[in-house]
Design a binder for this molecule. Structure first.
Ligand code: HEC
Ligand code: HEC
Ligand code: HEC
Ligand code: HEC
Length: 162
């Protein structure tokens, strides 16, 4: 399992900002970030960008700049915090900040490599929301209502890519 220590080691070698693509691929693993979905799901990406999830990392600042560096805050405001291939910090994994597609649908690499043929969580269930929408954060979380708001499924909710 990749740990933050590896991230720190890479940062120490200066790989974080350098153009070392192999090292970047290794850090990101199976999580790609929403830009990898844009080509085939342009409408969903555009509508997700208008939701609070798309600004969840920036929003941390409202309670103080330092909050973006506190794991206890960051973990619910990014993709797959401290999981294999998930968000580490803004230096190493800026493309995984905010609550993006893969925070709910899981890692997208296999799906993208297969040209969209399955291999991704099709319908994230209430438990997947509850990882972040805990009793403490969102007492009366209502999956039926809120899952309609995560991207504009009411409008663009036909089956298939778009
Ligand atoms: C190369 C094009 C392509 C890319 C890139 C792509 N998808 Fe898809 N995706 C598709 C197609 C085509 C379907 C429709 C499959 C179907 O209707 O059974 C689909 C379906 C889905 C579904 C529904 C799955 C199901 O079984 O109903 C989800 C969720 C999804 N994509 C998420 C993503 C995410 C997240 C990304 C970015 C990490 C992404 N896709 C990138 C083409 C793509
Ligand atoms: C367990 C997951 C979790 C943790 C940990 C967490 N948040 Fe959040 N945060 C959420 C969820 C879920 C929402 C949306 C709640 C809602 O809609 O009722 C939210 C909403 C917010 C908002 C936007 C709404 C508002 O109140 O302005 C800010 C800002 C915020 N959190 C900051 C923080 C800060 C700062 C920390 C660390 C002290 C933190 N969060 C820790 C899950 C979390
Ligand atoms: C907060 C969680 C969440 C986020 C973030 C999210 N989704 Fe979804 N997505 C869902 C849920 C829940 C469903 C199933 C809705 C239903 O069927 O009632 C879904 C369904 C889908 C589907 C299949 C249904 C359809 O409209 O074709 C696709 C494709 C999809 N999401 C792609 C994406 C992409 C691309 C992104 C990022 C731009 C994204 N999702 C972000 C939760 C999320
Ligand atoms: C990785 C953590 C995470 C996951 C997983 C997640 N959310 Fe969120 N959600 C957040 C945070 C953080 C916010 C607040 C963003 C802000 O305002 O800055 C939020 C806000 C929202 C909002 C807008 C505010 C509100 O409460 O009405 C809705 C709707 C929502 N989430 C629905 C869902 C649903 C449905 C799922 C599961 C399909 C889900 N979320 C999964 C972290 C998460």
């Amino acid at each position: 399992m990749r740990t933050r220590l590896i991230g720190l080691a890479l940062a120490g070698l200066g790989l974080a900002v350098g153009p070392n693509l192999a090292a970047r691929a290794e850090i990101l693993g199976d999580y790609l970030g929403y830009r990898a979905c844009q080509e085939c799901h342009a409408e969903i990406v555009a509508s997700w960008q208008k939701t609070p999830h798309a600004h969840a990392f920036a929003g941390l600042k409202r309670q103080g700049e330092e909050k973006q560096g506190i794991p206890g805050c960051v973990r619910c405001h990014v993709v797959a915090f401290e999981q294999d291939g998930g968000f580490i910090d803004m230096g190493l994994t800026p493309e995984l900040a905010d609550v993006q597609c893969e925070a709910c649908h899981g890692p997208g690499k296999k799906h993208v490599e297969a040209g969209g043929d399955g291999q991704i969580v099709a319908k994230p269930d209430a438990n997947s929301c509850r990882v972040c929408h805990t009793e403490g954060q969102d007492k009366n979380f209502d999956y039926q209502r809120k899952s309609k708001l995560v991207h504009d499924l009411a409008k663009g909710g036909k089956k298939g890519a778009k």
